[in-house]
Each structure stands twice: as structure tokens, then as C-alpha cells.
Design a protein around this ligand. Structure first.
Ligand code: EPZ
Length: 422
């Protein structure tokens, strides 16, 4: 397993390119199952999760060609050979559940392994299933698989989500495009990745209104065509790299970033004393002299503060002047980075879904272990500002969501290197 060694090296300066969004690409790729025509995705990120989704789609009979080093994905599912998403692929990546809705809508039946939990929580899929049942699907849970059938096709229905679910909204949105009649999704997720999916589906011929609001209305059509679509910029990678100059000092421009993607996050950075300027090329982040101010954070569905930036923000606040309270409202176990940050000298008290962080002047480098995707990158950020050397092990977590992290950070002056095979 690879490790990454980071050594505190003072202020960072320069530019970091932001890739296409992992969480948009992971829902855009299954959309190929809805049509017999080719779907081309540009600005695709080069990540292990994308390769896992490609393998899953290919196991169903879809063709997935990676071009331009993986930045362009040419997908086509003209002839499906299987309707079963096997456990050994699904267990590696929960987003595999996103083939359920499209497969059911296209073929009238699907067998998809239940994804099982993951490090940050149980992460059930009951809202996905209820949404499909509201569209006439007959579902049976057997042997760890969802057996879904819609012999006479799906029909439009009203889906009222009891709370916001990104994945359930995506599954329902894709399924509804081929359902007979009108589907209304209420309390739908509003994330930019949902808007991106809706825009791609519309290019394929879907009839959708209201994406980006809490109510999305879909008029089903008989069939969808092909499309070419550019994946939206990754707001989580963007926020992550904006924190590098915030923690180390200096000035870094994140190319491709827009304020609209990270508005709530930028409001917290502003309160902490970090300057963010929207330029023609992206977002320029500058930290002046003196320490960052302590701020409180509450994670919420978009447009609130993203849960996927909570761990990274905690790394910043671990060195802030004062006490910050972080409340994690989306997942039940998303503070596993806290004990690792404490090994670096951070003062953090975790009580249930609330972490109280008392800032210290400087963290100290230490050997630490990645536990999940976003926790691992928060340890890298902490190591950038810490005194001495930090070794982050199990960085395969990192490679799921960040392409060439060591190259992007070295380019702005960080001392960071990957040790393979440790
Ligand atoms: C998506 O996960 C993202 N993943 C997550 O990013 C992100 O943290 C999450 O949305 C919230 O923004 C992808 O897009 C691939 P949810 P998803 O359904 O769709 C509960 C990352 O680091 N829930 O919005 O699985 C669930 O347990 C990943 O890139 C149910 O109870 O998230 C959670 O507590 C991590 N039943 C809450 O809702 C359901 O049927 C929100 O989950 C579905 C969800």
C-alpha cells in the first residue's frame, strides 16, 4: 500500500487545476444505460472510482472507452448482456447502486447488490427503493441483493423524500426519464451534481424541469438518444485545495473554480479571515498574516456547508485562534480524522455528532492513517502546515477522489512525495 510523506514547508503560491467532479461522473456514467445511443463525457476525472464504475458498466454489457488519458469517456450500452450488479464490485464502491434506476427503466428488471455500509456510516438505500416503488417497481430483497422488476415499464408518480438524499434523487431522476407519464420529486437534493445530471439527460432528450430546486418534474419519454456532456468542476476538490493556502499561507489560484459551487464554504472561509477572489480563470485564495480565526461549522445538504469538506475544514480550524464547533448532520460517523489529527497535536473533543476544536499555534508532523476519502486528504492538509514530517498511510482512500494529489500540491511549493508499496 502506498504512503505519502508531507513536510511543512511554509507558504504556497501558484495555480492548481480543478478536475471534473467525481460525484457527478459517477451518476453521469450509469445514464448510458438509459439509451442505445453513445454517451460521451468530457472533463472526466482520472480516479480509481471512475475505473470501478467502468468495470461495473462493462459487466452489464456496456462499452466504456477511456480516451485522452481518461479525460474523455466514450460509453455505449447498445446491447446489455446482464442485469445483475455483482456484490464483489458493488462492495468496493457504494455509488454502484446508481445503476439500479437506469437498468430498471431501460430493461424492466435489475438485480443489484445492496452496497453495505462504509467507514462513515450505515448508508442504507431505503429512499432509493421507496422512490422506485412510487414509480411502480416491484422490489424484493433476497440474498443481499435488490431484485427489481417493472414488467410493463415504470409509470410516473409522486416521490416525497423524508430527508434529502443525493443518490436517491439521482436514481429516481434517471428512472423517471423513461417512465410513462409525469414524475414529481419533492424534497429533492439540490447539489450541483444533480443539476449536471439533469442537463446531460436533457441533452439526451429527457424532459426535466426544476433541477437545483427542491422539486423536480420529469415528463417520461419513450426513448433517449445520445449526447456529449462536459462534467461539472469538482466542488469538493476545489474546496480541498482552497484550504491549502488557507492553512499554509501564501496565494493559490484554483483553476476552474467558481464561487457558486462553494458559496457556503466561502462564507466560512471569509469569517475565518481567508480572502477569496473570483477571477476569470478560477478562485484565488489568499491568507494574510496572523492566525486564522476560529469559526463554527454545520454540515447540511446543498446549498449548506458540504459534509465532504468537514474533515478538511477541521484541519484548518485545528490551527485557528480560538475554539470552533463543528456539527456533522449528514453522516453518523464522520469524525475518524479527529484522532489522527490529535496525534499531530490537535485539541479536539468529539461528542456524538459534534466536534469542539481548540486551535493550537502549530501542529507537529507524525505517522497517521487514512480511514476514508475525505479524512485522508485532511491529514495531508494538516501535514502541509505541521512542523516536521507527516507520513499518511493507506492512501488508496485518497486515490479514489483526488487525481495526482502530490503533483498538484508540489506545483505550488509543497514538500510532498508518494512512497509506493509500503
Ligand atoms: C453522496 O452520497 C456523495 N457520494 C457523498 O460523497 C456525499 O457525502 C453525500 O452524497 C452527501 O452529500 C456520491 O455522490 C457518489 P445521501 P449519498 O444519500 O448519495 C442517509 C465522497 O466523499 N440515507 O445524500 O450516498 C445516508 O446514510 C462521498 O465523495 C438513508 O438513510 O448520500 C446519509 O446519512 C462520501 N437512506 C444521508 O442520508 C437512503 O436511502 C445522506 O446520504 C439514502 C441515504
Amino acid at each position: 500500500m502506498d504512503s505519502i510523506i508531507v513536510t511543512g514547508n511554509g507558504p504556497l503560491n501558484g495555480q492548481i487545476p480543478i478536475a471534473g467532479a467525481k460525484n457527478a461522473c459517477l451518476t453521469l456514467m450509469p445514464a448510458t444505460l438509459l439509451s442505445e445511443e453513445p454517451l460521451t463525457l468530457t472533463n472526466a476525472p482520472r480516479l480509481s472510482d471512475i475505473r470501478t464504475m467502468s468495470t461495473l458498466l462493462q459487466s452489464l454489457g456496456a462499452e466504456v472507452a477511456q480516451m485522452q488519458g481518461g479525460q474523455v469517456l466514450a460509453l455505449s450500452s447498445h446491447d446489455l448482456v446482464s442485469h445483475k450488479a455483482e456484490y464483489d464490485i458493488v462492495r468496493k464502491m457504494r455509488a454502484s447502486i446508481l445503476v439500479l434506476g437506469p437498468l430498471l427503466a431501460r430493461a424492466g428488471h435489475a438485480v443489484v447488490s445492496l452496497p453495505g455500509g462504509c467507514a462513515i456510516g450505515a448508508r442504507p438505500v431505503d429512499l432509493h427503493l421507496k422512490a422506485l416503488e412510487a414509480m411502480g417497481a416491484e422490489l424484493e430483497l433476497r440474498d443481499g441483493y435488490v431484485h427489481a422488476r417493472a414488467p410493463s415499464g415504470l409509470r410516473g408518480g409522486v416521490v416525497e423524500f423524508p430527508f434529502v438524499s443525493v443518490g436517491a434523487t439521482e436514481n429516481a431522476l434517471m428512472a423517471a426519464t423513461l417512465a410513462r407519464g409525469t414524475t414529481v420529486l419533492k424534497n429533492a437534493a439540490r447539489e450541483p451534481e444533480i443539476v449536471d445530471l439533469a442537463q446531460c439527460l436533457r441533452r439526451m432528450g429527457a424532459r426535466i424541469e426544476g433541477e437545483g430546486t427542491s422539486t423536480i418534474t420529469i415528463e417520461g419519454v419513450d426513448r433517449l438518444g445520445g449526447a456529449t456532456h462536459a462534467v461539472v468542476a469538482d466542488r469538493i476538490e476545489l474546496g480541498t485545495y482552497m484550504l491549502a493556502p488557507a492553512i499554509c499561507g501564501g496565494e493559490v489560484e484554483c483553476l476552474g473554480g467558481r464561487i457558486a459551487l462553494v458559496e457556503a464554504f466561502c462564507e466560512r472561509l471569509d469569517a475565518a479571515g481567508i480572502r477569496v477572489e473570483e477571477t476569470a480563470a478560477g478562485l484565488k485564495v489568499t491568507r494574510g498574516n496572523g492566525r486564522v480565526r476560529a469559526v463554527d461549522v454545520v454540515t447540511e445538504p446543498f446549498p449548506g456547508f458540504p459534509t465532504d469538506l468537514q474533515a478538511q475544514m477541521m484541519a484548518l480550524l485545528a490551527t485557528a485562534d480560538g475554539v470552533s464547533v463543528l456539527e456533522e448532520r449528514i453522516f453518523e460517523n464522520r469524525f475518524m480524522h479527529a484522532p489522527e489529527l490529535m496525534r499531530m497535536g490537535a485539541k479536539i473533543d468529539v461528542q456524538g455528532g459534534t466536534a469542539t476544536v481548540t486551535g493550537v499555534e502549530r501542529l507537529r508532523g507524525a505517522p497517521v492513517m487514512a480511514t476514508d476519502l475525505r479524512a485522508s486528504v485532511s491529514l495531508i492538509l494538516a501535514g502541509l502546515a505541521a512542523e516536521g514530517e507527516t507520513t499518511v498511510s493507506r492512501v488508496y482512500h485518497l486515490d479514489r477522489g483526488y487525481e495526482h494529489v502530490e503533483d498538484k500540491l508540489s506545483a505550488v511549493g509543497a514538500r510532498i512525495e508518494r512512497i509506493t508499496g509500503q
